[in-house]
Write a protein that binds this ligand. Structure first.
Ligand SMILES: *Cc1c(COP(=O)(O)O)cnc(C)c1O
Length: 436
């Protein structure tokens, strides 16, 4: 079993209260307030080891953490210590990684509409690879690199005609996606690079076929297409590409009904395709995001009001919701939860866990059986490490929660809770509106 196959952080224990990383969650809630993001360091390091172990026979595999899943300075430090590089998609992520002391040659800059100023920042701080997404960007990057007297090492982002999300797996020749060059555009961009864009150094191909993937066959097919295209480019243009980047996407277990494959199974699908064609690109990049950080994270909430509606449904509201976790309202994502301070309780009841935001759709969990809840109870929602804080907003002008890192019974703040002053610090009142 690999870490992404667990719903809870690997250090979760049921003592008097629920504990993670040796820290009592009720104590954490008291000490730091709620809502509170909690990240278990041992779980993050555990999944990093799973990846390294699964690919240990392939010394040319390089892991890059997809920062968009959760990008903070301390998280970046942990992944850097684990030997990961970073897949970044904005100036903000590049800056965070740079300021955290990462060797920038291990960083890739990805995205379908990188701005000129982001490209300049990336070139100035020595980002190792650009994943060039489209014709416009190729020209822009070539020009800016030229102005700086630099050459940019690039991969071409391609849309391989495979799309894979959880249970649906689509293979089409002509995929409708805003990302990357489709297969029919590859020759045109390669010849532009060969003849005209002399500041671009083409190293390889890049694809990303989806997220929350449960089906290893998708990776096999993806690698097959990338390898086939590399061989074709070599034959037609005489260009020897030596890198492929197969993206991220490995799924995690949000609820009992999710059955993501282990990292070992993923590795088998990838290496089987590589071995079949006995091509050895010098470097194979993997960019896991969700599977690295989701399982390590939980969110603690305090129970407040509740109501029973005429059809019998009971709503229990907590002090957070769609602004700290937009996934349920955005894509009907499902979660599971436990009451941290009521592990022994016997009489369960079915409730709908609602958020505190002014939207009827702000429901965290629809119908979950929990011990009878009272105001002040501490709810722990599992598997919130990825795409929660990174997608959080200040909707309803609510301060974003703090984040703590737990390990060996120690807890440390890694993101401070926003204050009311933080909420107004970027506001400006024009002179003519100032109160006289
Ligand atoms: C989002 C993304 C990833 C990470 O995907 P996960 O599902 O979080 O593993 C990796 N590569 C690219 C190009 C992405 O857009």
């Amino acid at each position: 079993m690999s870490v992404n196959q667990s719903i809870k952080p690997i250090t979760t224990e049921e003592k008097a209260n629920l504990t993670i990383g040796g820290c009592d969650l009720v104590d954490l809630a008291k000490r730091y307030g709620t809502p509170l993001y909690v990240i278990d360091e041992a779980t993050v390091r555990g999944i990093c080891r799973d990846y390294k172990e699964a690919f240990k026979d392939y010394s040319n595999i390089k892991m890059m953490y997809a920062s968009k899943a959760l990008c903070t300075s301390a998280i970046t430090r942990i992944l850097d210590e684990e030997g990961f590089g970073f897949d970044t998609v904005s100036a903000g992520e590049i800056y965070t990684v740079f300021k955290s002391g990462v060797d920038m040659s291990k960083v890739l800059f990805n995205g379908n509409n990188k701005t000129a100023s982001e490209i300049e920042l990336a070139l100035n701080c020595g980002v190792g690879r650009f994943s060039v997404d489209n014709f416009y960007e190729a020209e822009l990057l070539n020009r800016i690199a030229g102005e700086k007297g630099k050459k940019a090492d690039i991969l071409l982002r391609i849309t391989p005609g495979i799309e894979c999300h959880t249970h649906d797996y689509i293979q089409t020749g002509q995929i409708d996606s805003k990302f990357g060059f489709d297969l029919s555009q590859i020759d045109e961009i390669v010849s532009l690079i060969q003849d005209k864009y002399t500041n671009l150094n083409l190293r390889g191909l890049h694809a990303h076929i989806g997220s929350q993937i449960f089906e290893p066959q998708c990776y096999y097919d993806e690698v097959e297409i990338l390898v086939r295209e590399m061989a074709r480019i070599k034959e037609k243009f005489g260009i020897n590409l030596d890198e492929i980047n197969i993206g991220g996407g490995l799924g995690v277990k949000y609820t009992d009904s999710d059955n993501p494959p282990s990292v070992t199974i993923l590795a088998e699908a990838v290496t089987k395709a590589l071995d079949k064609y006995s091509v050895e690109p010098h470097t194979i990049y993997l960019e896991p995001g969700r599977s690295i950080i989701s399982t390590a994270g939980v969110t603690l909430y305090t129970v407040g009001s509740s109501k029973v509606v005429p059809n019998g449904r009971k709503y229990v509201a907590v002090d957070g919701g769609m602004a700290d976790n937009p996934r349920p309202s955005m894509y009907q994502a499902e979660y599971t939860a436990q009451v941290a301070n009521k592990l022994q309780a016997k009489n369960l009841e079915k409730v709908t866990l609602a958020g505190r935001y002014c939207e009827s759709g702000d429901i965290l969990i629809n119908e979950i059986e929990l011990p009878k809840l009272e105001a002040g109870d501490i709810i722990c929602v599992f598997n919130t490490g990825a795409y929660n804080y990174s997608m959080a907003s200040n909707y309803n002008r609510v301060e974003k929660p703090a984040m703590v890192l737990v390990n060996n019974s120690l807890s440390d703040i890694i993101v401070y809770r926003e204050t009311l002053d933080n909420l107004i610090e970027h506001d400006n009142i024009p002179d003519r509106l100032k109160k006289q």
